[in-house]
Ligand binder design. Sequence first.
Ligand code: GLV
Ligand code: MN
Ligand code: MN
Length: 430
Amino acid sequence: MKRYDERMTATRLSIDADRLYASLDALGRIGAYQDEHSGLVGVRRLALTAEDGAGRRHVVEQMRALGLSVTIDRIGNVYARREGRDPRAKPVLMGSHIDSVATAGRFDGCLGVLGGLEVVRTLDEAKRATRRPIVVAFFTEEEGARFSTDMLGSAVAARRIALDKAWALTDRAGKTVKGELEAIGFLGDAPVELDPPHAYVECHIEQGPMLRAANVDLGVVTGVQAIAWHELVITGRSAHAGTTPMELRRDPGVAAARIQLYLRAMVLSKRYTKQLRATVGVTQYLPGLVNVVPNRVHTTVNIRHPDDAVLKRALDELVAFYATIAKEERVEVQHKVTARTPNIAFAPRVQELVAKHATARGLSQQRIVSGAGHDAQEMAAVCPAGMVFVPGEYEGISHNPREFSTKEQCANGVNVMLDVVVELAEEEGV
Ligand code: GLV
Ligand code: MN
Ligand code: MN
């Protein structure tokens, strides 16, 4: 007779695609807003706002309804655990985030979390036990859109960012992470340092055009590119717009514009293998009046490259340009590094499992490096980690209400995550 765990991996379960999609819709209604640019309904659940609090309570309710034991740590990461047959064995973790940018769709992050819960639901319905416990997590402020640092909760769990530093980060209104965690009732008391799980798997939309253009069902994610974010304060002198001769001006607006154009030239340059991506997402002119030369500009730079060594060279050049511009425009340029992560590679074994199970389900696939940052890259520092990417329609547009993946695309990704988790959860050892 076959051993119990051999029999368990022998039958392939499948998730309920309708149920998964309905759960994405339901969470997407929390923080829904009318987007004036696209005319579509988008999602706005910036981290630790009231909307995020409501989204969190909605997901925690589902976790409890599944009989999972829920733990909230001191940075507000939430873990829901399904026990395994062997209480000493380390768990397999699935996770992602439910916070969003201010102009989001309903898939980014949510697919990984709700997909994780759908995996648990599917196992429960089939009365299938696993040797290892299974944990579904959502991490705090993955986006970095409110407190300026991405992957915040998972970085604290992985010990890359100290809890005190994370707590002290502020949003534009000066509100702190710690205060906002308290305000929404998610300042938990569990220690933040994550006990290394056996492995980590995250299903996420690609958020780019490649998989759809290649007409493949899934992406096997090989790693994540290197990322750097700067916040700049450029200070000059306000003056009359009509009377101040150009040569007497100290205009931080001109300095900001020149930095943006310089980035554009860097991106197009062969020096950076044409793989550099740079974005200026915020530029705020103060005092912001039509007839006053500004005295201050707040702006941001977001720059990424698949190779950290190349990104480092680009950053050196950029920072040198900040000094040049300060001199030439007679302004002060201060920059703060708000996010910086190197490129990371996912565990080959997890990649192989994703590829193997996709093939077993008859799904076509492509290896892909993630252009976006993900909690999985933080988890990769503590355990073997990997990701399954789901293609997106409309050129895979994301961070936009138009973000859309079909029911089938989502189900394919979560089914492969289910297979990978079931296999990992039967593995021997502690
Ligand atoms: C997270 O979405 C990022 O900016 O990569
Ligand atoms: Mn995401
Ligand atoms: Mn995102």
